[in-house]
Design a protein around this ligand. Structure first.
Ligand SMILES: *[C@@H]1O[C@H](CO)[C@@H](O)[C@H](O)[C@H]1NC(C)=O
Ligand SMILES: *[C@@H]1O[C@H](CO)[C@@H](O)[C@H](O)[C@H]1NC(C)=O
Ligand SMILES: *[C@@H]1O[C@H](CO)[C@@H](O)[C@H](O)[C@H]1NC(C)=O
Length: 397
């Protein structure tokens, strides 16, 4: 390194350090730490320039006068991407997309919802690593009901509340609320939250995931016992039986049977089931209190559409996620709940054209159902067409 070059470097390092100071308030400590290390030890490693370049670009980005620099460095980056046969540069094509430059041993591909301490040894942070997750989508009017519901779940559960009414500190009165995770986004539905915050890679440590409504009566429900039964009967997707006193009991399949531990099929009204192994006679549960195994959830998460927030019709499509669905989807009768049908998010809609708020919500639910069905059948058609199979021949049997 000649004198001129090293002087230039030092100047640029000084500039970067100043930027560092300015940015401390806005960028997380981790990024800053890495960046400052990179900037203060330019001779640290041959790859360090590349490592810090995204941050560098970001800094430049903030200065309109340097736009030309950004585009130049961007074009250099894309050249590097094409030229990955230089053995001194890391490129692992089997890494997840976008992470090919990282050595595989450093990749943290999955995460969890376990809170950690700010001090001490990371290895000693977690005194308990819950193996199950339960989420409730709640408004504060349901506090007493949710308090009761949460108490039917043991310490082996991570408790996650999605707040649709913006009220979170209101739950502080409950001891369990302190160890719960609270996510607050106004007026969203259970499936909207689930799609955003329960990515399978984030909830990877959990054997089972309960994604429940807020209006369920749990006097006859114990979550640990429930999981024992689900394991025993090999249910990948399940729900507790609904007591016959439940509101809006539409389907025979989800009605609790007094004479069973678990059931996987039922009889419906004549003509409702084209096949005894298909919904709503089997391979079917409803969406108010579903429980998914880790693997089933990985599939179902992908099936949930970003814009179809009410999840109507999802229940009829769950069967696509497990095989054979009529054996792996079922209802647990021995641990059962009551669907109270309390007014909740339905009342958070907006009244238009003289209609009640709940009417608008209901209409959207129904139109989403139709849209979802259409998308699923279009996707099926596209798939079979792409592999050159005649769908008529498939559906014939
Ligand atoms: C981009 O690459 C060219 C040729 O390798 C080099 O001359 C130029 O300085 C690089 N630009 C930036 C911004 O790094
Ligand atoms: C939590 O899980 C462990 C391991 O499966 C089990 O031994 C324990 O009984 C569970 N706790 C409760 C309260 O059921
Ligand atoms: C449908 O199935 C029949 C019998 O297996 C076969 O002869 C026919 O060619 C199939 N049609 C198409 C379009 O694949």
């Amino acid at each position: 390194m000649d004198f001129e070059e090293s002087k230039r470097k030092r100047n640029s390092d000084r500039r970067k350090s100043t930027e560092c100071t300015k940015l401390i308030a806005t960028i997380t400590a981790g990024i800053i730490f890495g960046f400052c290390i990179g900037a203060s030890f330019p001779a640290f490693s041959p790859s360090k320039i590349k490592l810090i370049s995204p941050v560098d670009t970001y800094l430049w980005d903030k200065k309109p006068g340097h736009l030309n620099v950004i585009s130049a460095s961007k074009s250099n980056v894309s050249k590097e991407v094409q030229n990955h046969d230089d053995p001194s540069k890391i490129w692992v094509s089997s890494n997840p997309r976008g992470a090919e430059r990282l050595p595989p041993a450093i990749l943290a591909v999955e995460s969890d919802l376990y809170p950690r301490r700010l001090f001490g040894k990371p290895s000693e942070d977690l005194t308990i690593e819950p193996k199950y997750l339960v989420t409730f989508t709640v408004g504060q009017n349901q506090k007493p009901n949710i308090d009761k519901a949460v108490k039917s779940f043991s310490d082996n559960f991570t408790i996650l509340l999605f707040h649709y009414d913006g009220k979170t500190t209101e739950w502080d009165e409950f001891e369990w609320s302190k160890r719960a995770i609270h996510i607050s986004v106004a007026k969203q539905t259970k499936w909207w939250y689930a799609k955003r915050f329960l990515h399978p890679d984030i909830v990877a440590p959990y054997d089972y995931i309960f994604i429940w409504d807020e209006d369920l009566g749990v006097d006859h429900f114990n979550a640990e016992e429930y999981i024992k039964l689900v394991r025993k009967h090999g249910l990948e997707i399940s729900q507790p039986g609904l007591d016959p006193s439940s509101r809006g009991l539409t389907w025979q399949m989800t009605r609790r049977r007094g004479d069973h531990e678990v059931h996987k099929e039922t009889e419906e009204k004549p003509g409702w089931c084209s096949d005894p192994h298909l919904p709503p006679c089997a391979a079917f549960i409803e969406i108010m209190a579903p429980v998914f195994s880790r693997d089933a959830w990985r599939c179902v998460w992908h099936l949930i559409q970003n814009d179809l927030v009410h999840g109507w019709g999802l229940d009829f499509a769950l069967k696509k996620c497990v095989e054979p669905a009529y054996e792996k989807i079922g209802v647990v009768d021995a641990q059962w709940i009551v669907h109270q049908g309390l007014p909740s998010l339905g009342n958070q809609g907006k009244g238009e054209n003289g209609k009640q708020p709940w009417q608008g919500v209901r209409e959207r639910c129904q139109s989403e159902w139709k849209m979802f069905q259409d998308r699923v059948s279009e996707a099926d058609k596209d798939y079979y067409k792409s592999i050159g199979v005649d769908l008529l021949n498939i559906t014939a049997h």
